[in-house]
Design a protein around this ligand. Sequence first.
Ligand code: NDP
Length: 480
Amino acid sequence: MENIHMLIDGQWVGNKDDQWINVINPASNEKTTQIVRGNLQHADLAVQAAKQALKSKEWRAFKPFERGQFLHETARYIRDNAEELAALESLDTGKPSAQATSDVEAAARYFEFYGGMADKVFGDTIPVEADLLNVTVIEPIGVTLHIVPWNYPIQITSRSVAAALATGNVVIVKSSEDTPLSTNFLAKWFHEKLPKGVFQHVTGYGAEIGAALTSHTGINQITFTGSVPTGISVMKSAADNVVPVTLELGGKSPNIVFEDADLERAIPAIVNSIVQNAGQTCSAGSRLLVAESIADEVLESLMKKFCQLKVGPPVHQADVGPIINGKQYERILGILADIGKDAKLLTGGQAVKVDGFENGFYISPAIIEAADHDSAFVQEEIFGPVLSVIRFKGIEQAIELANATDYGLVAGIWTKDIDKAHYTAARIESGQVFINSYGAAGGVQMPFGGYKKSGIGREKSHLAVQNYIQIKNIAIQIRL
Ligand code: NDP
């Protein structure tokens, strides 16, 4: 595959003097391509170009409804190329083709959803006094920076870029060094269709070009998805320039299974919520809280399902793909190797060697039962196919345990009792609550974001456009 170049100021950037980073296919640990190791100068060039583009006549001439039409065209382009895009996403992340295909569909939906909103974001007329016309005007916030992780590259790029372009901003996307392919594919489309500098794609290490961008004085807004420590450092950089951030930082989301749950519905959803994308999902249902009276039955069913899951590369039509890279793979195996007397490994958790793909990063899906809710297995995000289980007695303990982590992204509640469901949902500290389902971050229309250390702000839904606007109040005194 040809090397990936950055798109800066309408030019494909990357020459023999640049440093290059290998991109690895996690299914086989083989090199697929190379990206440019972006540096401080690249960051500065991108920001200067973005500032020019924001002021340019060409971009300002796009009327809101035309921006909407363009975003719909982008959705059509994604759908027309869905097979190729899904193949690239699978190659980059190792995820099963069915998951990659649904990620591509979600990407198209983001462009449609925000395309539909482009001419529906408007200000207010505010009554103050008879001879004062007081209005608010909505403006783009400016140069927006989108730092995208490796777990859902096309979805996460699309969800914030679509909202930012709909509201007239310019965007710089920093893709993860592990997964540049689908963003590069989109970059080619934007290069052809948009004025230069409106959409730019930069590559390299987060700690280098990523940090150079987050601390750049020309950036007006940052949307970051990733780990809590990196999110905190992004927020600190942004604070120096008084720049707003939207942070989506993961979780340790509980599925709460009460004794009256419909287990035929609950079990497959719980399995999917933790093995989807090999558990490398911010909204993974990684913590199972189960009523003591049914715990043995639930665990037996889960173990049976876990053992039936096929682990392997996309070409094997596996259920569970590889871990994204060697570093994450070793980290997860290290956590699993550390199981002491406060937890018990019920199934899985082994390195798997797949025929023909012996160097890929495969781990069999694991269930760990912990004796103590304070144990690291229950508190910390493992970000792999590992389900941590705790038994509870009664609804109050279930709620207390559900809230007893630093995170608060998603929760699932399984019960046939509507009062119990609502009572619990009202007391759960998390951005999304699913009752008798587990939406793994749910649809494009549903606000998504975290309480506590799971993040700041909301992505998805009509609310996300608020991240990308400035509100100007204009008061006109009328005197004849
Ligand atoms: P990071 O949070 O370090 O990386 C996420 C993104 O931030 C990547 O694009 C990365 O670029 C970039 N980045 C890294 N450092 C900086 C920086 N100083 N300034 C600006 N951008 C930066 O996550 P990791 O990939 O290291 O994964 C570690 C853990 O993070 C996982 O185990 C998981 O718990 C969590 N995570 C959560 C995700 C979520 O969806 N909420 C997604 C991914 C990870 P690059 O990759 O090129 O270094």
